[in-house]
Design a protein around this ligand. Structure first.
Ligand SMILES: NC(=O)c1ccc[n+]([C@@H]2O[C@H](COP(=O)([O-])OP(=O)(O)OC[C@H]3O[C@@H](n4cnc5c(N)ncnc54)[C@H](OP(=O)(O)O)[C@@H]3O)[C@@H](O)[C@H]2O)c1
Length: 329
């Protein structure tokens, strides 16, 4: 099994095409998962200040780096500027806090987590109105925040910079107002939400696509329920076409979902804290889908967004909040 397969970014840097996602993973769980993942061959880790577990990931990275089991330049660490802090003045202190938690001198990729932002209290926690709703921060200015992101590259704190959850119009607007072009757009991308328009546009502009929730965010129902949201969600590993292709290759449905992302030129960051499943998710380099199989999976698109950011209730009215506007289900 080899994890050393990369996509070359628009700045010449190489990004491993499978990474491990870490959202909704508590400290102990994520610490164990990263240990197992590094042992299995993962070198790309996706995290975010918002996930609250960077310090746990940092502990594992330090152990591995100090022991000489991995070299810093072999790792590809991604983190993000949170939706509660994406104004220009936040950029420098936020990355420095993430770097301190991760116990690193630089990250390989720093992303603007969401195009919208919400207002915070003085202690940095998210402010809510009397009805418990988040308050949109209407001062959001992507170009101004991006200019600060560009300074991080000059300072050596981030090797590459990019965006996440930006739609086509938002990416296009940023491209007109940047010195460094974004290297990456991390978006929800799986067989039921393919966002072809956006993916093709980004690729044509030299922006790599990272597919988040590549397995349909199988844990999100539990997360939604924790704040009273009940929504019926499809299970992508149960789709008959996916299962049939998996059987034809002697692979699992999850491996087919990931291979489709790779075979269509994108990067995938499946999350697992289960040792067996996280190894399974990396074991996708010994087969390839046929053109016919890729086409069959392309035909499954339903514009079905799983991660619709309803957990940022109140932010929907922000003009840069595009999740509902662009895709409805
Ligand atoms: N930029 C953004 O706004 C954004 C938004 C969402 C996610 N992300 C990133 O993308 C990562 C992945 O997305 P996600 O966590 O939403 O969803 P996902 O990777 O599509 O699905 C993860 C879920 O599937 C399960 N799973 C993992 N491998 C499996 C397999 N081989 N077979 C069956 N089930 C499997 C996991 O459970 P176990 O852990 O028990 O295996 C977990 O419940 C996140 O962790 C995060 O790093 C970014």
């Amino acid at each position: 099994m080899s994890s050393n397969q990369y996509l070359t970014l628009n700045n010449g840097r190489k990004m491993p095409i499978i990474g491990i996602g870490t959202w909704q993973a508590a400290d102990k769980e994520v610490e164990n998962a990263i240990d197992v993942a590094l042992e299995a061959g993962y070198r790309h880790i996706d995290t975010a200040a918002r996930y609250g577990n960077e310090h746990a990931i940092g502990r594992v990275l330090k152990r591995w780096l100090d022991a000489g089991k991995v070299k810093r330049e072999e790792l590809f660490i991604v983190t993000k500027l949170p939706p509660s802090a994406n104004s220009p003045r936040d950029v420098d202190p936020i990355i420095k806090k993430s770097l301190a938690d991760l116990q690193l001198d630089y990250v390989d990729m720093f992303l603007i987590h969401t195009p919208f932002s919400v207002v915070t209290n003085e202690d940095g926690s998210i402010k809510r109105d009397k009805d418990g709703l988040m308050i949109p921060d209407l001062t959001t200015n992507h170009a101004a925040t991006w200019a600060e992101m560009e300074k991080l590259v000059a300072k050596g704190l981030a090797k590459s910079i990019g965006v996440s959850n930006f739609d086509k119009e938002q990416v296009g607007r940023l491209l007109k107002n940047c010195k460094i072009r974004p290297a990456n757009n991390q978006i929800e991308h799986h067989v039921y939400l393919q966002q072809r328009d956006l993916v093709d546009f980004c690729k044509a502009e030299g922006i790599a696509i990272t597919a988040y929730s590549p397995l349909g965010s199988r844990g999100i129902a539990k997360f939604n329920a924790s704040f009273g949201m009940v929504r019926e969600l499809p299970d992508l590993i149960d789709i008959p076409e996916v299962k049939a292709i998996a059987a034809a290759h002697g692979k699992t449905p999850a491996q087919v979902l990931l291979r489709w992302i790779i075979d269509t030129g994108c990067i995938a960051i499946p999350k697992s804290t289960n040792p067996g499943r996280l190894k399974e998710n990396l074991n996708v380099f010994d087969f390839k889908l046929t053109q016919e199989e890729v086409a069959k999976l392309m035909a499954l698109d339903k514009n079905f967004r799983v991660c619709d950011f309803t957990f940022f209730h109140g932010a929907e009215v922000h003009p840069e909040f595009r999740f509902k506007n662009q895709y409805t289900n």
